[in-house]
Design a protein around this ligand. Structure first.
Ligand code: NBG
Length: 835
């Protein structure tokens, strides 16, 4: 550490791609700020600082910059009396924030240089930051992309969620099997958050209702909760692109009103004295506690009410302090329900308006509907939440009463219609009576909102004909579509800086301000010099990923092989098993016909299975077992490799996606609401092999049929096929390849120590193939051969890749958020760079 700027210290791709060197004075200033933080906030000097100390010092130095702009943003929203957007979500999969913050504050190159002067590599610090896994998959990552785009577009927005001590579990793979461990992202502190000790709200549970008679003879219901838990706010600033506007992600931590029952403690019951506290704090312990037990279900409902109630109390307090009159709430606040998890907020707002502010019911219902809107993220019946009425009645007696009344008035209205049969009313009711009484949270969210949206064109259409068919007929036009998007700051610039530099050379440096200018790249698809550079960047990313795979799994990859990537939650509808079957089929063929000219290919899998989802866990094990056999088979000669990277999260996705050649988006048509991984891959130039499902349909429309590999049954065909029966026997009998692949799996070729391990999987595909894997196998297999043919013709491959990148501008979450702002929230947007 000699204080000299030494460019050779900086070895990563971004620095080499960064272009002009940052100004010397700015670098010196940043270096001094980092040193100041190291000394006064971390209490270390340069000689004794660990990489973690450097991470904290660097984070705090950029945080200071963010805070200045943050306070201005808050002030400005106050001064202008702007309408605010509140995004309620049980998940915010924000990932690491250091590179994101530096990028959006436009300080990344300067900070890298400043750290280099101190002998510190920014990439090392990047890897030290824990990945905030406060989400499960696409839904949570979408919420994170939306937060970033709302800040970028200067929308005054708050994200509201839960500050889980442990987010989604950490996955380890042992003997091919998934093991779950608690994620511990907070164990060494979190430099991004601010505890707001003044923002504490009481959240009631249980108890009873007292009916009071008002002087005018009207009855008033007063809820007397039996238990109160405190919600304490923690704020994280979310910087928009170019740092002009900063929003707040406010996460609630649960706390007991009393830390300890001192009487019990002193009488010797040391554990019992902590019981209330443990019970209260369990609410914000983990994301998605198992809900197979009644206790687990209760905890889930407690979580949902906890964060919905804290958020509503907070936003109502803000509204009253700024505008004075609760009746104007809908003019000044738009609340977006991210899926059904926060749907209880509809009843909570009615409770606040009617019980606390004495607003007459009808007026309160009008305010509620005008304030809320709801996004549906899945049509899978098991994901559309319903809560047993007895549980709701016990935990939230007043809310249950409110839900019953909403339902009674709703059914009274629709019951007057000419087609009001018993079956129709049963379908429209907020209470599902088909297997014990349960509250339909999707229906509650629908009725309590002025707009309801799906997340891709196909999904929004299917909503109208499936789960919300009856409700749509009562309120036609309420369902709209808002196709998902992704933030290009993270998924292009931060994940693939070299590609970003190449693209900005062509389209100019406003690419991250206005993604639609990517169109200008299209003509370069036929420019050999350009595609060569584009291909070289991919190769460098593949070399980097190969190093990671080697470090983590000890498997050596050939960066010139085709990287065929399937990364997402493990679920039967996402059909990882279809991909594995094709892998097995090719494995058998390579061994039988070793002389053929095979395309060297690497199958890359990653993803977590829900802890209680046995079949998904078995699929993980199969992928690992197949990998073990294939990777060590001498005849295969490295022509096929299969790797399963453990603990898939945002950071791993950032490493894998820029290195992918082929993107697997092969869900059973009609089942993937949208997908957002599909967009990230296509933006980074991977070609998609996929079904006509979710946003794949819109990707096809934009990139054109020659540049995407579409196969398999359509959503309509899937429905028709299912009505004929879902046995796989016929398809298996027709396809020798498929029957051989299934046979080798069933007979234990990949599990010699337990030959019948995969019998249940094979039996399900044979007799009960709900996800239609067998029906789509041949067309998938054949399409993979088209992929091979195309890969051989490199010119054509890279042409398609560039066309994919150039047509992805529309999938920016800035576009999606602009649509929400204009068509659902009615709030203004200011594009970046127009300040
Ligand atoms: C997921 C869908 C994806 C979609 C994301 C974001 C849930 C419940 N739904 O297809 O499966 O892209 O939501 O909309 O996680």
């Amino acid at each position: 550490m000699d204080g000299q700027a030494d460019a050779s210290l900086v070895t990563n791709v971004e620095a080499t791609a960064a272009g002009a060197a940052p100004a010397v004075t700015e670098v010196a200033e940043i270096r001094d700020r980092i040193l100041e933080k190291l000394k006064h906030s971390v209490s270390k000097n340069v000689a004794s600082a660990t990489p973690h100390d450097w991470f904290i010092a660097t984070a705090l130095s950029v945080r200071d910059k963010i805070v200045e702009s943050w306070l201005n943003s808050i002030d400005n929203a106050k001064k202008t009396g702007r309408k605010r957007v509140y995004y309620l979500s049980l998940e915010f999969l924000i990932g690491r924030l250091l590179i994101d913050a530096l990028t959006n504050m436009e300080l990344i190159d300067q900070t890298r240089a400043a750290l280099a002067e101190l002998g510190v590599d920014l990439e090392t610090l990047r890897e030290i930051e824990p990945d905030a896994a406060l989400g499960n998959g696409g839904l949570g990552r979408l919420a994170a992309c939306f937060m970033e785009s709302m800040a970028t577009l200067s929308i005054a927005a708050y994200g509201y969620g839960i500050r889980y001590d442990h987010g989604l579990f950490r996955q380890r793979i042992k003997d091919g099997r998934q093991l779950e461990y608690p994620e511990d992202w907070l164990s060494y502190g979190n430099p991004w958050e601010f505890q707001r000790r003044e923002l504490v709200y009481g959240i009631g549970f249980g108890g009873h209702i007292e009916t009071q008679t008002l002087p005018d003879g009207e009855l008033k219901q007063v809820w007397m909760p039996g238990e109160t838990v405190e919600a304490l706010a923690y704020d994280t600033p979310i910087a928009g692109w170019r740092g002009a506007h900063i929003n707040t992600l406010r996460l609630w931590a649960a706390r007991a009103a009393d830390p300890l029952r001192l009487d019990m403690f002193n009488s010797g019951d040391h554990v019992g004295a902590l019981m209330d506290r443990v019970r209260a704090e369990s609410i914000s312990k983990v994301l998605y506690p198992g809900d197979t037990s009644p206790a687990g279900q209760e905890l889930r409902l407690r979580q949902e009410y906890f964060f919905a109630s804290a958020s509503l109390q907070d936003l109502v307090r803000r509204h009253l302090s700024l505008f004075g009159d609760i009746r104007t709430l809908a003019d000044k606040a738009a609340i977006q329900l991210n899926d059904t998890h926060p749907a209880i907020a509809v009843a909570e707002l009615m409770h606040i308006l009617v019980d606390r502010h004495d607003i007459p019911w009808d007026e309160a219902w009008g305010i509620t509907k005008a304030t809320f809107s709801y996004t549906n993220h899945t049509l899978l019946p098991e994901a559309l939440e319903t809560w047993p009425v007895p549980l709701m009645e016990r935990l939230l007696p007043r809310h249950m009463q409110i839900i019953y009344l909403i339902n009674a008035l709703h059914l009274e209205k629709v019951g007057k219609g000419p087609d009001a049969s018993g079956a129709r009313l049963a379908a429209l009711s907020l209470i599902d009576e088909s297997h014990g009484r349960r509250v339909r949270m999707g229906h509650l969210a629908f009725l309590g909102s002025h707009k309801v949206n799906g997340v891709s064109a196909l999904h929004s259409d299917l909503m109208k004909t499936t789960v919300f068919r009856d409700l749509e007929s009562v309120e036609p036009g309420k369902i709209t579509n808002k196709t998902n998007g992704i933030t290009f700051r993270r998924w292009l610039k931060e994940a693939n800086p070299a590609l970003t530099s190449l693209l900005t050379e062509v389209v100019g440096d406003t690419l991250l301000d206005d993604a639609t200018i990517l169109e200008k790249v299209a003509p370069y698809a036929d420019d050999a010099a350009f595609t060569e550079r584009y291909a070289a960047i991919r190769r460098a990313n593949k070399v980097a990923l190969s190093a990671l795979v080697r470090d983590r799994l000890g498997v050596k990859l050939d960066p010139d092989a085709l990287f065929d990537v399937h990364i997402k939650r493990i679920h039967e509808y996402k059909r990882q098993i279809l991909n594995i079957l094709e892998t097995v089929a090719i494995f058998e063929e390579i061994r039988a016909q070793p002389f053929r000219e095979w395309i060297p290919r690497v199958k890359i899998f990653a993803g977590k299975a829900a802890a209680s989802y046995t079949t998904a866990k078995l699929i993980i094990q199969l992928a690992n077992d197949v990998g073990k056999v294939v990777n060590s088979d001498p005849t295969v000669r490295g022509l096929l490799k299969v790797v399963f990277l453990p603990n898939y999260n945002v950071s791993l996705a950032e490493r894998i996606i820029p290195a992918a050649d082929l993107s697997e988006q092969i869900s059973t048509a009609g089942m993937e609401a949208s997908g957002t991984g599909n967009m990230k891959f296509a933006l980074n130039g991977a070609l998609t092999i996929g079904t006509l499902d979710g946003a794949n349909v819109e990707i096809l429309e934009r990139v054109g049929a020659p540049n995407i590999f579409i196969f398999g049954l359509t959503a309509d065909q899937v429905e028709a096929k299912r009505t004929q029966g879902i046995s796989g026997q016929e398809a298996i009998a027709k396809s020798q390849r498929l029957s051989e692949a299934l046979e080798s799996i069933a007979s234990g070729v990949f599990s010699p120590e337990q030959p019948d391990r995969y019998r249940p999987l094979v039996d399900a595909l044979t007799y009960n193939d709900f996800f239609l894997v067998t029906a789509d196998f041949d067309s998938y297999y054949n399409m993979q051969r088209d992929v091979f043919r195309r890969w051989r013709d490199k010119k054509s491959w890279w042409r398609s890749a560039v066309i994919n990148t150039s047509n992805m501008g529309w999938f920016s979450s800035d576009r999606t958020i602009t649509e929400y702002a204009q068509e659902i929230w009615n709030v203004p947007t200011t594009p970046p760079g127009r300040h």
